[in-house]
Write a protein that binds this ligand. Structure first.
Ligand code: GDP
Ligand code: IMO
Ligand code: MG
Length: 423
């Protein structure tokens, strides 16, 4: 029996995963974040009020849904406490929050190291969110990381902090950077540990008990497949596996329990940070998409790079993740164009192909092959079913389904919770 559905970003992030999760979690008993950290920014608009989630699963807005931060997540305790306080200030209960004892803690030296590493890259910067994500995962794999279970044990935590700060300070000294004070950090972070301790459990056991009890689980992907450390445009990626494999590794849920895998896309493309983006429009079209779609980062406020939808890249995501259904947002935004371009293939040195690879030897020699569609969808806010959509919108969606060979199950027609068509 499949009790676990998954929502994943299918391009370079910010596809509107939060909105899809918000809807799906109304029927879920448990909502789980499995990878990444507060590099993520998931927006949900309820009655005109915007909520931005960075660490807590967006499902927390539904008071009947247990919100779990899984073992694969890296947690900045300061940010998590801010998020908890913010939710409480808006009248939401966080008593349904659970934090994995195996998740790793982002420490101040990770954030300093993220900035230092970017500085050292000179002209080849990744454009990270500077939240300490990469260095925290580095320590996890190097086995000097601080897990939540160490964090809430004062003796173990103190030992870890002293040892790690001493080691990192040697590196900071080499680069002439400020030295960190282990005692001060321990004192400050111990207070955070006391606040967060009540939420800490073994989430692996918890989730398996939920599955045994026939509960409905929903995994909230962060980032996206093309930012995946293995499958993305390395090195311009994040430091985790935001694709399907990361969901299982970051939660302890077995692949045999997985049901629907929703791939979220926008009706156009966007990317933040450096790296390849074949359909990017460095012109008035890109600027128009950015302004119409309000494409500015939820986490860093950076203007997002914008372009036409690239189905060759998305099809690769469908393949890697085994995506069973597509959720497409911003149909209202793309519908404001007279003519819409859709990339259905690449031209690689004169040969038309649908092969995808982020290897620069390949991608730098590819040009997008576009089909053109009529836009001017008009006001979609009264469209409650796919049938209600204007013919131009239907034609665009039909071609996307044809190329991806996956059905579209959700259509976003606006930022609000209510602007979602179920197919
Ligand atoms: P996430 O990181 O994948 O959850 O996406 P973000 O929240 O970073 O970015 C998506 C942005 O698009 C947010 O500002 C959403 O409120 C907005 N959004 C989502 N779906 C739609 C839609 O269908 N139409 C419009 N106009 N905005 C949308
Ligand atoms: P959500 O979940 C868009 C990008 C950063 C940078 C690269 C590495 O909101 O879709 P990192 O700080 O992770 O080391 O940065 O990854 N990035 C995202 N881009 N949406 C995200 O999350 C992202 N999380 C990381 O911009 O290019
Ligand atoms: Mg986002």
């Amino acid at each position: 029996m499949s009790n676990v559905d998954v929502v994943l970003g299918a391009f370079y992030g910010d596809e509107g995963k939060g909105k899809i999760i918000d809807y799906l979690s109304t029927n879920a008993d448990v909502s789980i974040r499995c990878t990444g950290g507060n590099n993520a920014g998931h927006t949900i608009e309820v009655d005109g009020v915007k909520y931005a989630f960075h660490l807590i699963p967006s499902g927390i807005l539904n008071e009947n849904t247990l919100a779990v931060i899984g073992n694969g997540v890296v947690i900045d305790p300061r940010v998590l406490i801010e998020e908890i306080d913010n939710l409480k200030a808006h009248g939401f209960s966080v008593s349904n929050l659970r934090i994995s004892d195996k998740a790793h803690i982002i420490m101040p030296y990770h954030i300093a190291m993220d900035k230092l590493l970017e500085e050292n890259r000179g002209n080849d910067k990744i454009g990270t969110t500077a939240r300490g994500i990469g260095p925290t995962y580095c320590d996890k794999y190097e086995r000097s990381g601080i897990r939540v279970q160490d964090f809430v044990n004062p003796e173990r935590f103190k030992n870890c902090v002293i040892r790690n700060v001493e080691n990192k300070n040697k590196i900071f000294a080499l680069y002439g950077k400020e030295q960190l004070d282990a005692e001060k950090i321990f004192e400050e972070y111990s207070k955070y540990a006391t606040i967060l301790k009540p939420y800490v459990v073994d989430t692996v056991v918890l989730l398996h008990n939920c599955i045994k009890d026939n509960k409905k689980l929903l995994c909230e992907g962060a980032q996206a497949t093309l930012l995946d450390i293995d499958f993305g445009s390395y090195p311009f990626v994040t430091s985790s596996n935001p694709s399907m494999g990361g969901i299982c590794a970051g939660s302890g849920i077995s692949p045999k329990n997985i049901g629907e895998i929703y791939g979220v896309i926008k009706a156009y493309s966007s990317r933040v940070g450096t790296g390849p983006f074949l359909t990017e429009q460095l012109n008035e079209t890109g600027d128009k998409i950015r302004e119409l779609g309000h494409e500015y980062g939820t986490t860093t406020k950076r203007p997002r790079r914008c372009g036409w939808l690239d189905l060759v890249a998305i099809k690769y995501s469908v393949m890697v993740n085994g995506i069973t259904a597509i959720a497409i947002n911003h149909m209202d935004t793309i519908g404001k164009f007279d003519k819409i371009k859709l990339c259905v293939a690449y031209n690689h040195k004169g040969k038309v192909t649908t092969d995808f690879s982020t290897n620069p030897d390949y991608l730098n020699n590819c040009e997008a092959v576009y089909e053109e569609f009529d836009g001017n969808f008009g006001d979609l806010s009264n469209c409650k079913t796919k049938e209600d959509l204007p013919i131009n919108a239907k034609n665009y969606l039909k071609r996307i389904e044809e190329v991806l060979e996956v059905p579209v199950k959700f259509i976003g027609t606006g930022a609000g919770r209510e602007n979602l068509i179920l197919c």
